[in-house]
Design a protein around this ligand. Sequence first.
Ligand code: MAN
Ligand code: CA
Length: 324
Amino acid sequence: MDEINIHANADKASGDYIKWKRETDGSENIYQYEDTCHTGKQIRTGPALSGTGESRMVEKSSYKAAAVILGLLCLLLLIGLMSLVFLYTKGSSKKEIEMVQLQTNYNNLTEERDQLQTSYNNLTKERDQLQTSYNNLTEERDQLQTSYNNLAKERDQLQTSYNNLTEERDQLNKKLDDITTDLQRKLQGLQSQELRYFSGSFYYISSSEKSWEEGRNDCRQKGTDLVIINSREEQDFIRGWKKRTWIGLTDEQTEGTWRWVDGTVLTTPRFWAESEPNNEGDEDCAEIKHYDSQNSWNDVPCNVGKYWICEISLKNYSKVTRQC
Ligand code: MAN
Ligand code: CA
């Protein structure tokens, strides 16, 4: 171990000296301060001073040097302390700034979090409302879908019915066309003195005389009935044959109530001859008697023989037509 001794060139009044010992262990230097008190013992190095004046001078210089060193040490200590204070202060203010910044950040984040929380709550509420609306709309849609399906089903059934009816109508119209054609062909062949056409009807007049009932039966066998007079023109046409003929009018059912063969009660027009009907004896059937006059009807007993007129109305064959 190395040992370096630094001796201050001054003796304290007590005679102590400060020894700086340097210990070296090869790797690092450690200075240890060794305060050793050697009371009453003086160690000196260097040459010994001789004489009192010189010795005082030296002593004074040593004091000065010691004071300077001490002052320097104090200065160093002060600088060190100031540095420490400065560093500490600097560190503190830095920390304070950081603290303030952290506080600000914390506050900002808290505020932001609160805003986010509010937004979240609003969105949740909105989402729930939308969910409710969605559910309601879904339900409504399903109901509409069901209604639509039912209506579609109904529509299909109606369409089927419509198609069937249309087909049926077409078949009936075809049948009617066939019948009309056939009828016209037959009537064409029947045109004669006995058969005449007037305003939508064919009229047949018999060539022999029979009772009202027998004449009516003949008309029925032909698929029609005794004539029904509905107008002045028809009356004139019928009396134009200039024969005493049965017409389809009787009060056999109720005396005094005259009915046509289709069951309708006689109202107007009516063409009774003067003073008729007088029900002379028992006269329940009507004839054309005074064919030269428009008012030519007379009531007579039903069992007497007269010509008769059958009416074949084409108005019964009215074609079924589409209404739309
Ligand atoms: C005859 C018959 C009767 C009719 C009278 C009118 O007697 O034709 O029906 O009423 O004449 O005078
Ligand atoms: Ca009469």
